[in-house]
Design a protein around this ligand. Structure first.
Ligand SMILES: NC(=O)c1ccc[n+]([C@@H]2O[C@H](COP(=O)([O-])OP(=O)(O)OC[C@H]3O[C@@H](n4cnc5c(N)ncnc54)[C@H](OP(=O)(O)O)[C@@H]3O)[C@@H](O)[C@H]2O)c1
Length: 340
């Protein structure tokens, strides 16, 4: 039985869900994989940086104990990882769309000490994928990020492990459930503002919905997919982005009358070594699989040089399911890192 020292940076909804999942799966990890863990580092911006190579009290931390008394403030990440004797670093902090920092530097520091570095944060994938992979290679470790896009549908692992020597030519996806819930509510006769309010009541959108309705969330996901699965680095400003705000109730009703429906669709189309990328509303026939899935579902459709069409559907994840689903991807990345 090997025991790994785990360090978690970010203790929001995903960080907490990960600690709860680690506790729940402890026995299964011991019996099926002959591994155990101790949580030796936990940190957040406001609460401070905790480290103890003998292991922190994970249950107590979930109950909100320990931080105030024992955490250090303003710790350098290298020193914190060293104090915690980290074998595995989970980077679960907030997204910085513009630069991906400071998450990129934190992941690099973990890789440079030979730890596995795992994130659910799209920023480092979009802004530093090749660089972090290279640092991982140099230090004989792994950088993995399955939870960053379409958590619960292991698209990156599928390409890496199950689709060798394939080339992704076209991607088409419903990457943001909020936009599609809003469009469906507008079809039912609601105004845009009423539809946004319904999405907020379902708990799938923030008070300021612009990240979703203006296509930013889907744009960053498309950039991650192009960068990793097509090997073509893509930045948010290179994606042609159209908000669903431009659709009036009249346009949505007119589509409905013709047995059609609008969905906000993300697209990548490869040509030689470049990619055309767009996010925005598209008019679909009612029987299009993108229109028949429930509006809160997420869909990724891939067209490869060796497979004409392959689709993954994540059925209507609720807000309360999502952190657990992302935490599972993060845990699974750790197990995948150990498999190599
Ligand atoms: N929630 C989802 O459904 C979902 C799905 C897929 C991917 N993700 C990604 O997973 C990551 C975590 O999401 P979340 O929902 O857990 O976010 P969250 O609830 O907002 O928590 C973020 C955590 O990161 C900490 N943090 C932020 N910046 C930091 C910094 N510079 N240094 C140290 N700690 C920092 C915050 O600490 P303080 O509170 O002390 O500031 C907080 O503990 C994000 O990148 C998100 O995009 C989330």
């Amino acid at each position: 039985m090997r025991t790994y020292n785990l360090c978690i940076l970010g203790f929001g909804s995903i960080g907490r869900a990960l600690v709860a999942l680690l506790l729940k799966k402890r026995q299964e990890l011991q019996t099926r994989y002959a591994i155990d863990w101790r949580l030796t580092g936990l940190a957040t911006r406001r609460l401070g940086w905790l480290a103890d190579p003998a292991g922190l009290d994970a249950q107590g931390l979930l109950r909100g104990e320990m931080f105030a008394a024992q955490a250090r403030q303003e710790e350098n990440v290298q020193d914190w990882l060293a104090r915690a004797e980290a074998d595995v670093f989970f980077e679960l902090t907030s997204l910085n769309v513009e630069t991906g920092e400071p998450a990129i530097s934190h992941l690099r520091a973990a890789l440079e000490r030979g730890a596995y570095a795992i994130t659910a944060n799209k920023g480092p994938v979009v802004h530093a994928h090749a660089d972090l992979q290279e640092v991982a290679r140099q230090h004989d470790t792994r950088f993995l990020y399955e939870g960053a896009v379409m958590a619960g549908a292991p698209i990156f692992a599928m390409f890496r492990d199950a689709l060798p020597a394939s080339r992704l030519l076209v991607f088409r996806g419903l990457l943001n459930s909020t936009s599609n819930v809003i469009l469906t509510e507008m079809e039912g006769g609601r105004t845009f503002a009423e539809a946004v309010q319904i999405a907020q009541e379902m708990g799938i959108t923030e008070t300021d919905p612009s990240n979703d309705v203006d296509g930013w969330d889907a744009t960053v996901k498309l950039c991650a997919i192009s960068t990793v699965l097509m090997g073509i680095p893509l930045k948010p400003h290179q994606v042609v982005r159209e908000s669903i705000r431009g659709l009036s109730p009249e346009m949505v009703h007119a589509a409905n009358a013709q047995n059609k429906t609008y969905r906000s669709v993300g697209r990548l189309e490869r040509s030689a070594d470049s990619v055309k990328a767009s996010v925005g509303p598209e008019l679909l026939k009612r029987d299009d699989p993108f229109a028949t899935a429930s509006p809160a579902s997420l869909i990724s459709h891939f067209e490869l040089d060796v497979i004409p069409g392959l689709t993954m559907i994540l059925h209507a994840p609720s807000d309360s399911d999502m952190p657990r689903t992302v935490a599972y991807d993060v845990l699974a990345d750790w197990l995948r890192a150990l498999e190599r």
